[in-house]
Design a protein around this ligand. Sequence first.
Ligand SMILES: [Zn+2]
Length: 159
Amino acid sequence: MSEWPANWADLIRGVGCGMCTGGRPESDQFGVRVFTGRWGDAYLQRADVQRGYTIVIWRGRHVTEPTELDQAEAAGYWSEVHLVAGALISHYQPLKMNYETLGNSLPHLHTHLLPRYQADPRPGRPFPLPDPATVGLIPEGQLLAEAAAIRSRIGHSVA
Ligand SMILES: [Zn+2]
C-alpha cells in the first residue's frame, strides 16, 4: 500500500470498519480464533507470513487509538495481549516476540503478535509485513493443530 485508504476519514470513525462489523467468529477468511477474551479476541493468521503470527482485536465500540480506552479497558486489553503472547512464546519458542499496534490500513485497535526466529526475513529490524493477499495460506490441518495447541497453553495459563 502506497497511500492511506481513500475512506480514511470514515474508517477512523468506524464507518465501514470490518473489525466492527465482523462479529466475533470462530473462524474467518483471515484466521482462526485461539482466544476469546472479555476485551479482545486473538486470531492465528491463515496467511503464511510467519509461524505463530497472531492478531489480537479489541472488542466493543470502535476504537482507533489505545489512548481512547479508559484505564480499566486498557489494563484489560493489554493483559489479554500479554496472555496470548505468552502462550505463543511458550509454543513457538521464538528468539523475540514483536508487539505491533499499527492500524495504518484498518484503524481499529488491534495488535499484531509476530514471533521472530533465527531464520527470519529481516533479523534485528521491524518485521516486513507483506500484503496478506500476496502470500500463500498455511495448510488448514496445520493451522487447526497449531490453534488447538495455543488454546491449550492459554487455558493452562489462566487455570
Ligand atoms: Zn472498528
